[in-house]
Design a protein around this ligand. Sequence first.
Ligand code: C2O
Ligand code: CU
Ligand code: CU
Length: 436
Amino acid sequence: VAHAVSSDLVAQEAVQQIAPDGYPATPVWTYGGRVPGVDIRLPQGGRVSRKLINNLSQPTAVHWHGIRIDNAMDGVPGLTQDAVEMDQSFDYDFVAPDAGTYWYHSHNRSTEQVARGLYGPLIVEESNPPDVDQDLTLMLDDWRLDPESAHIVDDFDNGHDLSHAGRLGNLVSVNGGFDPAYPVGSGERLRLRLINASNARIFDLALDGLAGWIVALDGMPLAVPLPVKDSFPLAPAQRADLVVDVTSASEDVAGLASIERDGGYGLVRFQVSEASTSQRQGIEPLPANNMPEFQYDQAPLHRMSLQGGAMRWLEGAKLGDQDLTGRELAQLGRFWALNGYAERPKDPFLDSRLGQVHRIEFVNETAFPHAMHLHGHHFRLVLPDGSLGPWRDTVLVDRGQTRQIALVTDNPGDWLLHCHMLGHAASGMMSWFSVT
Ligand code: C2O
Ligand code: CU
Ligand code: CU
């Protein structure tokens, strides 16, 4: 029986050492006094009951990313609730049907509020979790800090960022700190829950001194765990659950690194001690969530063009019911569009009956990657050979790429579809649809 212990989730300012030692501490916005926010953890089928109290200087709202949630609890101001004003509160109360690694973050002025630190982990535990020595949640982020003061640079509406890759930081953090180290034993098996909380950075993750498998993506178990060979991308909002064995006996070579296009860097170090525990062999898949089975080959195919950006300006698109030129849109701070609509008010194309199957083909016509996210549903990737791939809630569509997804709209309500490069969403790459 689901029971709830109601408690507060206070959105408040705090000061935290995010930059390396020797730099000043950084004023941040938090859920509960530090970044990442309060660790919310519950058993599968359990209930989250939290009173958001807004002690910030702006209205805010909380979105529970990846949860197949009741629409009224989805946290989208103007669509599912009103933004929570300063000194006001809102009661979030919902059941989490699926086990997995999720997260929560602000969904009001998110380009700014998430960049200031308003996010935290939401972990829904399996009833029979894998046998590991440690279960670590690692939230990756990047920050744009002034090098002298270590204050967050206040340029969230910067047109260059909005019209290019998005807001990229100059300092990468893990769990709100620089270059953390975790003690582990040689021979130990770890579960790593990786969550990309950054505004726009795509991490290209690689293991050092660890051998492992990806066992879940965006919270959803893979039917067959995938060995980590070289590197794998983690786009904004995406999660990957890894099971890794510590194979190294030396701290120098044990860790998690990003080998991004802009030069590699370490993210996490593991301080390896001799203390060896039982060696485990092989890997079992995580228990599957209760996801719908569906046939998708008869489903209508919706083509969705991702358009805009500085390199190829919008030829012209609609904002509401006005036709505007690319220049006019840019003057209004809209640089991106979906099928010719910047900030499409509502996409009738995707309006849907409960239980309907859809295929969406994202065609990236821009010079930048996008991470397309759907609220309230997970979808399956349609692989190039036509088979159904993993369940996800956010799909990376690289420049020039076309990616297809299939889903059943089995959750009634009004749901957003947007790019999770938060500056892109704020400047046009956003739409919504109704399931009735
Ligand atoms: Cu995690 Cu609408 O977003
Ligand atoms: Cu979401
Ligand atoms: Cu984008």
